[in-house]
Design a protein around this ligand. Structure first.
Ligand code: GLU
Ligand code: MG
Length: 424
């Protein structure tokens, strides 16, 4: 068959979907500068697709400009179309960053942490999903049998990740029915978020070529366990030295790390609207499902929003300091990794600026919001969040999410799970 290679340039938007436009690969030279056309209202495409409400109207032009450092080209070697795409920045037509660009929001967060404390955030996303190409069997949790029965998917997925420049770390059959988990190597914030987007897309791309789906919805089944996205985080100083761990300090956290994570806890009721951003996210955040429910930081409890991760078999103090990380568990794949990581970093930087202490009496920690609307009200009420987003971006975000919540308000938990399993 006659064929010509295509390239796609994309943003990962408020809905968490990767959206953009394609063009013939031979036009890449000029497209690196002029990108592809976009509009303000494109930001308001709901997870379901339609633009239900938009502050941007029908006017105005923007462009998504590819980032040369965020190129993915994966040939699955099965004669299917090559996966060739760039992640990009939404810019105004003169090339300046658009105030609502998700990647720019994350860059601003990284700059804020740098200016608050001279620190850089390092992150790695651990993501769970269902693979539909395997049957559910009792006893499958973490089982070699489940690992084997997914067939070629795991190998194709891991090969695609490596080809895409995302170093794979682990791939396993998780606790839930047909559930798998993947972890990848840590990187500075923007690269880490790019990697999270690429990881999801490579899982979907590998599954697609095998005639199946990788489903990242936060809660596939109202009775079962959810699909979490856990953001493993650490801090390093300007010269790249680890700055999170301090031997003998409370929870092993250095002073800036204590303030950083105190800031994350302080702002969690508001930033949950960004990290757990869909109505179905709140069916995941329930007790006894290995998902977080409490606004707390602990050493070894998966019911807390922040978990100090164990360091396995470190041979030296410096190796321990490098491996030491804190896991933000109140996130899922309905969130754009850019927005979620940015919200966490902004919250942490605010904790550092205000020298917030870690909570002292942790007998009875507060709970995460019980539903999206509650988190959105907290986000709207947060003066700090208004500053991080900027007024126009925050207004767009709140409108987007409130309409989404209202559109699915009548669905039962089972219907809500089924609906979002189609979408993510
Ligand atoms: N599936 C759990 C969640 O919804 C996480 C399980 C784990 O600790 O990896 O976050
Ligand atoms: Mg897991």
């Amino acid at each position: 068959m006659i064929r010509e290679e295509l390239i796609f340039v994309a943003t990962c938007d408020i809905s968490g979907h990767v959206r953009g436009k394609g063009f013939p690969a031979r036009e890449l030279g000029s497209r690196l500068h002029k990108g592809v056309g976009w509009t303000g209202s494109n930001l308001m495409m709901s997870p379901q697709g339609p633009i239900w409400d938009t502050p941007f109207g029908t006017a105005g032009d923007l462009m998504i400009v590819p980032d040369r450092k965020a190129e993915v080209r994966v040939d699955f070697g099965d004669d299917s179309a090559v996966e060739h795409f760039f992640l990009g920045d939404i810019c105004t037509t003169d090339g300046a960053p658009w105030e609502c660009c998700p990647r720019e929001f994350l860059r601003r967060a990284a700059r804020e942490l740098e200016s608050a404390a001279g620190l850089q955030a390092i992150a790695a996303f651990e993501q769970e999903f269902l693979y539909t190409g395997t049957e559910e069997r009792p006893g499958d949790a973490y089982a070699l049998g489940a690992f084997r029965r997914q067939g070629l998917f795991g190998e194709a997925f891991v090969a695609a990740l490596r080809e895409a420049g995302v170093p794979p770390d682990t791939f396993l059959a998780e606790y839930g029915a047909r559930q798998f988990e993947v972890t990848v190597a840590p990187a500075p914030a923007l690269v880490a978020a790019d990697r999270a987007v690429v990881t999801r897309e490579m899982a979907r791309a590998a599954a697609h070529r095998l005639g199946h789906r990788a489903v990242f919805t936060p809660k596939p089944d109202a009775q079962g366990v959810g699909n979490g996205v856990h953001i493993h985080m650490s801090l390093c100083d300007a010269s790249g030295h680890p700055a999170t761990y301090l031997e003998g300090a409370p929870l092993g956290l250095s002073e800036p790390a204590q303030h950083f994570f105190a800031g994350v806890l302080h702002h969690l009721p508001a930033i949950a609207a960004v990290t757990a951003p869909s109505p179905v996210s709140y069916l995941r955040l329930v007790p006894d499902r290995w998902a977080p429910t409490r606004i707390d930081i602990v050493e070894q409890d998966r019911g807390a929003s922040l978990r100090i991760c164990p360091v396995f078999a470190a041979e030296s103090a410096s190796e321990k300091a490098r491996a030491f990380n804190v896991e933000f568990r109140a996130c899922d794949a309905a969130a754009s990794p850019y927005l979620a990581l940015a919200a966490v970093i902004f919250a942490g930087a605010d904790g550092i600026r205000r020298s917030l202490p870690l909570p002292e009496n942790r007998e009875n920690p507060p709970s995460l919001p019980g539903k999206l609307e509650e988190a959105l009200d907290r986000l709207e009420a947060s003066e700090e969040a208004r500053g991080w987003f900027g007024a126009a971006h925050l207004e767009a975000y709140l409108r987007f999410k409130r309409v989404e919540a209202s559109k699915v308000a009548a669905l039962s938990p089972a219907e809500l799970c089924a609906h979002y399993a189609e979408i993510y």
